[in-house]
Design a protein around this ligand. Structure first.
Ligand code: PEP
Length: 246
């Protein structure tokens, strides 16, 4: 039985005052079957951990090295040191803005595990790749390249995020989500055997309160990685409630 996960990615949004949203989320009763994770900007992680209750706090990226001459970067050890328990790696915005490759992402996932952090590894196709019929091949390649061999359901979550659905209000059909998630599950079980069933698979891309229940009805969708709708406690709480009820 996989524990569901509602993960929020605040991206480069949020000042100290916005922690009030996290405080409101933390004041709600803990959902029975759903873990919650908020990934605020790195500047807020320490403060977030003080008010998060049993909501896990994560980073949005980490460097593959433990320390060194990497100006502006943050290591997994630093994230763990300030109370994070997870980190997103390979978000499409990092892949696009910072030229991250699957190999870079695999190295970051290993660095995260070394510090006891859960790695939320993101994959997903562009619209051009979907239109060219390359979605499943791309997913297979990203899974092969971004997930190190000793990935397990305990140290890794896979987030399927079609790039064209992120922040656009466009959402794949439920059939498209099902096809991708079933394919990811099959790929993971082919590679990791029975352990492949233990990985939680999140859908990400314009998840909102009004489409969450439909998305969570799809088999092999174990939760969501949510950007915009995680910034407001009411919206994210509605998504958590829909997931917990699914
Ligand atoms: C994301 O940032 O991973 C994301 C899915 O964003 P949004 O929910 O805003 O589409």
């Amino acid at each position: 039985m996989r524990r569901k996960l509602a993960a929020g990615n605040w991206k480069m949004n949020g000042l100290g005052a916005d922690l009030a949203e996290l405080e409101r989320l933390a004041a709600a009763p803990a959902p029975a079957q759903t873990g919650r994770l908020i990934c605020p900007p790195a500047t807020l992680i320490s403060r977030a951990t003080l008010i998060a209750g049993d909501i896990a706090i994560g980073g949005q990226d980490c460097h593959a090295a433990q320390s060194g001459a990497h100006t502006g970067d943050i290591s997994a050890e630093m994230l763990a040191d300030c109370g994070a328990s997870a980190v997103i790696v390979g978000h499409s915005e990092r892949r696009a803005d910072h030229g991250e490759t699957d190999a870079t992402i695999a190295a970051k996932a290993k660095a995260a595990w070394d510090e006891g952090l859960l790695a939320v590894i993101c994959i997903g196709e562009s619209l051009a790749q979907r239109d060219a019929g390359e979605t499943l091949d791309l997913i297979a390649a990203q899974l092969a390249g971004s997930l190190p061999d000793n990935a397990t359901g305990a140290n890794t979550v896979v987030a399927y995020e079609p790039i064209w659905a992120i922040g656009t209000g466009l959402v794949p059909t439920l059939e498209q989500i099902a096809q991708a998630h079933d394919f990811i599950r099959e790929t993971l079980t082919a590679r990791f055997g029975g352990e492949g069933h233990a990985f939680r698979l999140l859908y990400g891309g314009s998840v909102k309160p009004d489409n969450a229940a439909d998305i969570f009805s799809v088999a092999n969708v174990d939760g969501a990685l949510v950007g915009g709708a995680s910034l407001k406690a009411d919206d994210f709480q509605a998504i958590i409630d829909a997931l917990d009820a699914a």
